[in-house]
Design a binder for this molecule. Structure first.
Ligand SMILES: *Cc1c(COP(=O)(O)O)cnc(C)c1O
Length: 424
């Protein structure tokens, strides 16, 4: 019998994978807590929550049970003209905890679609009001997804290069790093002053795919207040930062006066069990589409909008997320990361150690700082040999663990990193 790995090679095209250089995929047969278990019985410690989605551990029995119950009751129903309890309940519960004054939930399938919906909502909002605001502003090196609108508001990079001529124009402002946040804010204000900006979109506090680059809550709140001053909509892309990754439930919670108009969610929304996207908005935005003129409705929807099984998973994940024990687990990860950062900071191979909440990133010194840095493959293989799943962003390694990770599992990852540092 050929293995899964062998059959995969014949028929599968993997995402973000140079298929020639990496012909072999590891075939996972089971998930358990922070581990993924392959067909040969190897147990990989999932240090990156399987691409930042998993919150409570793999195949969590409570989420699995709720999914199973929902699948046997109502697996799916059209969501135009029809509705169902899991979608309504999840919307009610999200609206209670989201930052800003969110009043309506629009469902889609993933983070990219949540961003597409946010872009379309904000452009059509001004169009419906008969006000000419058509420009979008984003941060350099942002990552908002892989569909065309989401690519357009993402930084121009190797990810988007092949499609560059087809992406609509977006104004990019410099990332507000430690020494240039005044320039970044001034650049935003200069663009906003032109009066034609429909929306500003940003990943609050952490640019994930860019390399876990972090900025302060004070800057976030300055961005938002500038947008408010010039009557521009604010889109907070919390696809990665949402559901406790930065400590509090949402990254915007770090700046209590940073109130977005639109919030995009996915990844941890279902605890990482099944795909689901959410675009939440204020009543003001919803009202611009609430009209006798049907041309003013939002022309957007996906076949699987508000899939009941996904909504049930979302509700189950929220149950777990809102337990005191989950808050404590996150705090434990934060404290341990903190201690580790202090310990390794200043190591001659390290350019910078950054931490926001449960996410810690270690930028290594290299002569080739890029996504395809040689160091990347060396790092990936080094940790894989230790049965740790890491996916370095070029020369940047990071830990973004499921909250169920135990202190000894975290220590194991830290010691792997220290071993790499002392051997390279
Ligand atoms: C991952 C990500 C997306 C895209 O989500 P997908 O579900 O992969 O389409 C959008 N925004 C941010 C900030 C992300 O990290």
């Amino acid at each position: 019998m050929p293995t899964i790995k062998e059959r995969d090679r014949e028929v599968i095209w993997h995402p973000y994978t140079p298929m020639k250089a990496w012909p072999e995929a590891i075939a996972i047969v089971r998930g358990e807590g922070a581990y993924l278990i392959d067909e040969e019985g190897n147990r990989y410690l999932d240090a990156i929550s399987s691409w930042w989605v998993n919150l409570h551990g793999h195949s969590h029995p409570y989420i699995a049970q709720k999914i199973s119950e929902q699948a046997a009751t109502l697996e799916h129903s059209i969501f135009a003209g029809f509705t169902h309890e899991p979608a309504v309940r999840l919307a009610e519960r999200l609206l209670e905890i989201l930052p800003g004054h969110m009043r309506k939930i629009f469902y889609s399938d993933n983070g990219s679609t949540a961003v597409e919906v946010a872009i379309k909502m904000s452009l059509q909002y001004w169009n419906n009001k008969g006000i000419k605001k058509t420009k979008l502003v984003a941060l350099q090196n942002a990552y908002h997804g892989d569909t065309f609108g989401a690519m357009a508001v993402s930084g121009r990079s190797i990810f988007t290069e092949a499609f560059a001529s087809l992406l609509f124009d977006v104004e990019f402002i410099p990332f507000p790093g430690a020494d240039n946040s005044p320039e970044s804010l001034a650049a935003l204000e200069a663009i906003l002053q032109q009066g034609d900006v429909a929306a500003f979109i940003a990943e609050p506090l952490i640019q994930g795919s860019a390399g876990m680059y972090m900025y302060t809550p004070a800057v976030l709140s300055s961005f938002f207040s500038l947008c408010r001053k010039y009557d521009t909509l604010i889109i907070a892309d919390e696809v990665m930062t949402g559901f406790g990754r930065t400590g509090p439930l949402f990254a915007c919670n770090h700046a209590p006066d940073a109130l977005p108009d639109i919030v995009c969610l996915s990844k941890g929304l279902t605890g990482g069990a099944v795909p689901l996207g959410v675009t939440a908005c204020t009543l003001d935005i919803f009202d611009a589409f609430y009209h006798d003129d049907r041309m003013k409705m939002l022309y957007h929807g996906h076949s699987f909008t508000a899939n009941p099984i996904a909504c049930a998973a979302g509700l189950a994940s929220l149950d777990l997320l809102l337990l005191d024990s989950c808050t404590q687990s996150r705090q434990r990860i934060i404290d341990m990361h903190n201690g580790f950062a202090q310990k390794i900071k200043g190591h001659p191979s390290i350019a910078e150690v950054r931490q926001t909440g449960t996410i810690i990133a270690i930028e290594l010194k290299t002569d080739t700082p890029s996504y395809h840095s040689n160091l990347r493959d060396v790092l990936y293989r080094f940790f894989l040999a230790k049965k740790i799943l890491m996916r370095p962003l070029g020369n940047i390694i990071y830990i973004l663990p499921p909250y169920c990770i135990t202190p000894s599992e975290l220590e194991y990852i830290y010691s792997g990193i220290e071993e790499f540092l002392s051997s390279h």
